[in-house]
Structures are given as C-alpha cells and as structure tokens.
Design a protein around this ligand. Structure first.
Ligand code: UT7
Length: 334
C-alpha cells in the first residue's frame, strides 16, 4: 500500500535485554502437577527468564534502551518521543514512559504508555510511525517491556508456565525512500473477547482490596482454548490480508515474526501464509510469552545474528487480550 506522506518511518536501530535468571520447565514440575513434556509439547516453551523481585519492568526497558542508544550512537536527549507498550507498568501511574524518561535522562522528549496486551508492540509501533510520517518527530523510541512474573499466579499451572519477562526496543526515524521502512499495517480490536483473557483487579471496576487479593483477581486470568481458537484465526487472517494487499507471495517474504504465545498457533499462521517454518522468527523456546516484548526481541536477536538483510520484507503479526490483533509489514532498511 503506498502512503501519501513525504516520509516513511524506518527502523534505524533495534535492541533487546533479557533477564539473567533462567527458569526451566523443571522449576515448575518440581512443585506443580506439570511436566517438561506437557509444557514443551503444548506450547513449545522450554525455559523463560524472570526479573529479580526488586527489578520492575522499567529496569529491563532501560537496559534495552541503553544498548539501542549505544548501537545508534545517539544520546538520550536526542529522543523526541518514547512510547512504551506494556501490561505490567511499574505503577498504574505515572506511566512507565515517564519512569524510563527520567531514568535515562531523555530531557527533550514526551511520551506515553500503550496498553494492547500481546499486540501492544504493534499498536505502539503503528502509533510511532504516525509521528514520523507527519514530520512531527525525527527520533521515536518504541519499547515493548514486561515483568509478567509479577502478575501470574505461580500456583496456577494453566498460566504460570507460559509467561516470561524481558524488554526490547525499536528506534524509528524518517526516510524519503518510500520503498523502505514500515509499509503497511492492519490493526483490530474486539472488546467482546475481554472475558476470556484479563487481569480484573487493581482498576476502577475492582479496586485492590483484601477480597480481590483473596480471590486472586490481580493475576492473569486466561481461558486457554478460547484464546487459542481466536488467536489462530485472528493472526492468520491479518497476516494473509497484509500479504495479499501488498501483492506479496510467500517467496517474497523473508520472515514472519509472530507473537510468541504458542508454537502451535505460530505453525497454523505460517501454514495459512504458505511460509515455511525456516522463515519464521522464534524465541518462544527460551523466553516463553513475554507479551509486548516477543516481536521486537525476535527481530533484535535475528538482526544481531546477521539473519536480516537490507531490503527484506518482514511481516509482524500478533494476537492478544482485548481482543487486540494485527499485522505490520516492514521493508528492512539497515
Ligand atoms: O499471549 C496472549 C494470547 N494467548 C495465547 O495465545 C494462548 C492461547 N492458548 C494456549 O496457548 C493454550 O490453550 C494453552 C497452552 C494455554 C493450554 O493448552 P491446551 O492444549 O489448550 O490445553 P487445555 O487448556 O485444553 O488443557 C488440557 C489439559 C487440562 O486437563 P484436563 O481438563 O484435560 O484434565 C488442563 O488442566 O491440560 C491441563 N493442563 C496442564 N497439564 C500439565 C493445563 N496446564 C497444564 C500444565 N501442565 N502446565
């Protein structure tokens, strides 16, 4: 889809930072009725990383951002805007963008958080793109950062084995080359799915109370199969749609970067796109579902390993609580 703006936004730098503490499947099977075999076969996850108790989401985000700024060779005061996608903000408010801005000393920017769960990074990326395309900003930092270990019930085998912590970021800058950068996006929400995946307490509907804590309402609640069914359809539909409307066949696509929630969902999505699994970016096996961090951390790792080339077409696709889902097409420019 060709855009009418003078500039395209392109990804000028990427970085990720994952916590040092590795939590294997065995960690859970030692105290819960689960097994490495079940977790690996049903999800594709072998291990995940957890932040330490005293390290909030912003800790991981700042680590990733410091790496990114160094790679790009710029200082924090050159940033115009910080957008943070997270479902695990340090606090309800101020925003984690404010916390990060202060920690890195980004004196000349503004910023805000975006909440779209597992699609958060795509929603944040598409938002950042608007500020570049309009000419309003030259350097927009888009961050996906989570401390999921802070919001899952470690006694609930249905959810605790699935998630992990981590952070990753993209820097967006303008290019006049309209064949490069973020080329297209398809994003959706459908609030009727909210009943199947949510975290009920702590907001204005169910303010934190002894009762909400006793009932575990501050933890992730997920009806796995309902989410699975919706995710398979939602993610595959938008991925196929973005390819078709940009006249891309599987051969033209270098990579699919799917949200890393479940290996089986990823496989169905790749099949529908007729893309071989060798062209699917994966890190679910080592990090689990890091919510808004899965997609940027995959891209960062593959780029760092020299697996992404300038000119590659890359399709990002996600599905998450909301429902929220979507797909973004990038032509890699660095
Ligand atoms: O990132 C946001 C979007 N989230 C997703 O996309 C997640 C989508 N859903 C899924 O990935 C899968 O539904 C899960 C991985 C969460 C669950 O896999 P499933 O194949 O759908 O399993 P299930 O929920 O149907 O449960 C099958 C059985 C149940 O036992 P019974 O009722 O058959 O006796 C569960 O209690 O597996 C049991 N089970 C477990 N067993 C061992 C559930 N969790 C575990 C576990 N270890 N950790």
């Amino acid at each position: 889809m060709s855009k009418t703006s003078k500039f395209n936004a392109y990804v000028s730098a990427v970085a990720h930072w994952m916590p040092e503490k590795v939590i294997t499947n065995r960690h859970f099977s030692d105290y819960l009725d689960t097994s490495d075999e079940w977790i690996t076969a049903r999800t594709g996850i072998s291990e995940r990383r957890f932040l330490e108790d005293e390290q909030p989401t912003s800790y991981a985000a700042v680590k990733a951002i410091e790496i990114l700024l160094k790679k790009r060779g710029i200082t924090p005061d050159e940033l115009d805007l910080i957008i943070v996608a997270t479902v695990t903000p340090d606090m309800i408010y101020p925003s984690t963008a404010c916390v990060i801005q202060d920690k890195i000393g980004a004196k000349n920017c503004w910023g805000f958080d975006i909440l779209a769960a597992c699609s958060g990074f795509l929603f944040a990326l598409n938002t950042g793109v608007q500020f570049i395309e309009s000419g309003a900003h030259k350097k927009v930092l888009v961050v996906g950062a989570e401390k999921m270990s802070a919001v899952v019930n470690m006694q609930d085998r249905n959810t605790c084995v699935l998630f992990g912590d981590g952070a990753a970021a993209f820097l967006l800058e303008p290019t006049e080359d309209k064949t490069m950068g973020i080329l297209d996006s398809v994003l959706h929400i459908d609030g009727s799915g909210g009943v199947h995946l949510n975290q009920k307490a702590g907001g204005s509907l169910h303010p934190a109370s002894h009762e909400t804590v006793d009932k575990g309402m501050h933890y992730v609640y997920q009806e796995g199969q309902a989410v699975f069914k919706a995710a398979v359809k939602g993610m595959a539909d938008v991925s196929v749609e973005i390819m078709e409307r940009n006249n891309l066949k599987a051969d033209n696509v270098a990579y699919l970067v799917p949200h890393q929630a479940n290996m089986r969902i990823i496989q169905v999505c790749a099949e529908r796109m007729k893309i071989g699994m060798e062209k699917v970016m994966l890190n679910i096996h080592k990090y689990g579902n890091t919510t808004s961090c899965t997609i940027p951390s995959c891209v960062s790792e593959y780029y760092e390993d020299g697996k992404i080339k300038k000119g590659d077409y890359i399709v990002l696709s996600s599905f998450g609580a909301g429902w929220t889902w979507g797909s973004i097409l990038i032509r890699w420019a660095i």
